[in-house]
Design a protein around this ligand. Structure first.
Ligand code: UTP
Length: 289
């Protein structure tokens, strides 16, 4: 069955980015001139997704406004003859069909996914986390995962090799390799201590899941941090049906983290023709090279 729907869980509290995220969503932080979440929605659309549901919470209204039409702004731009900007604004609200559901309490990522169950029904679906920005223009990360899903007919997790000292910030997997980039997941641990990590393979914020995850999530008890963890539920899913990992090609930026966000901003600026030369010269000047 083709994957048409995606869940964007955005109800987390964004504590790593306080105070910026006290009253506005982390997903709306701008990378140069576009909010993080728009990059990720564009990735989903490029991968063929045609319906998105945001699982939102308090303080997340700005996301709804961003993807809505904005008649006042559009009229203003039309009157001023700013055709190009007007077109760009219209494209945002025409990107894809978007729906919203609220997670009343931030009980964990697993619980957020469960909140979208009625919308998904009995179909396979994608999950994209709005703070992982993955630069893979030739073949968007989610499209790579969907290729694995279509071939192996099972749930797929995006994986990245990370330095072992960072593994305690991620869900971590044990695997049996099938190809260089595709593997079967044999075990999973959420945020393990370095000494207890089964590998240096971290789960990154892109998933393709079968609907068999929902009854498991319904029964899932709180795990690490007292939260209902998606990783714990996928581990149980892997006991009933094969779950795969995909070492995606592309450069990932963890924009939910301040340093990761800074690196992403610099990287993107260096890739933009309008900034490249001046910004490079500026950085060289600051670094004395
Ligand atoms: P994170 O673990 O990154 O949490 O959640 P967070 O609240 O966004 O950020 P920090 O760690 O406190 O800085 C991973 C994803 O799961 C969503 C978040 O919005 C993020 O996209 N999430 C998490 C929910 O939607 N609901 C939850 O209850 C927890």
């Amino acid at each position: 069955m083709k994957v048409r729907k995606a869940i964007f869980p955005v109800a987390g509290l964004g504590t790593r980015f306080l105070p910026a995220t006290k009253s506005s969503p982390k997903e709306m932080l701008p990378l140069i001139d576009k909010p993080l979440v728009q990059y990720v929605v564009e990735e989903a659309v490029a991968a063929g997704i045609d319906q998105i549901i945001f699982v939102t919470g308090r303080t997340k209204r700005a996301i709804e406004d961003h993807f809505d039409s904005s008649p006042e702004l559009e009229n203003h731009l039309e009157e001023k003859g700013k055709e190009e900007t007007l077109q760009a604004m219209r494209e945002i609200s025409d990107l894809v069909d978007i729906y919203y559901v609220r997670q009343k309490k931030a009980l964990g990522l697993g619980h957020a996914i469960l909140c979208a169950r009625d919308f998904i029904g009995n179909e396979p679906f994608a999950v994209l986390l709005g703070d992982d920005i993955i630069d893979a223009p030739a073949n968007p990360c989610l499209k790579q995962l969907l290729g694995v899903y279509e071939h192996y007919k099972g749930s797929v997790l995006a994986l990245e090799q990370v330095p072992l000292k960072q593994i305690s910030s991620y869900g971590c997997v044990a695997v049996n390799r099938i190809t260089d980039r595709v593997m079967e997941v044999t075990d999973m641990v959420e945020k393990p201590k370095q000494s207890e990590a089964p590998s240096d393979l971290a789960i990154i914020g892109r998933y393709v899941l079968t609907p068999a995850i929902f009854p498991i999530l319904e029964q899932q008890q709180p795990g690490r941090g007292g939260e209902i963890q998606l990783t714990d539920a996928i581990k149980r899913l892997s006991q009933d049906e094969a779950v795969y990992g995909c070492l995606f090609e592309g450069l990932r930026h963890d924009c939910g983290d301040k340093l990761g966000f800074l690196k992403a901003t610099v990287d993107l600026a260096l890739k933009r023709d309008e900034f490249k030369d001046e910004f490079t010269a500026y950085l060289k000047g600051r670094l004395g090279c």
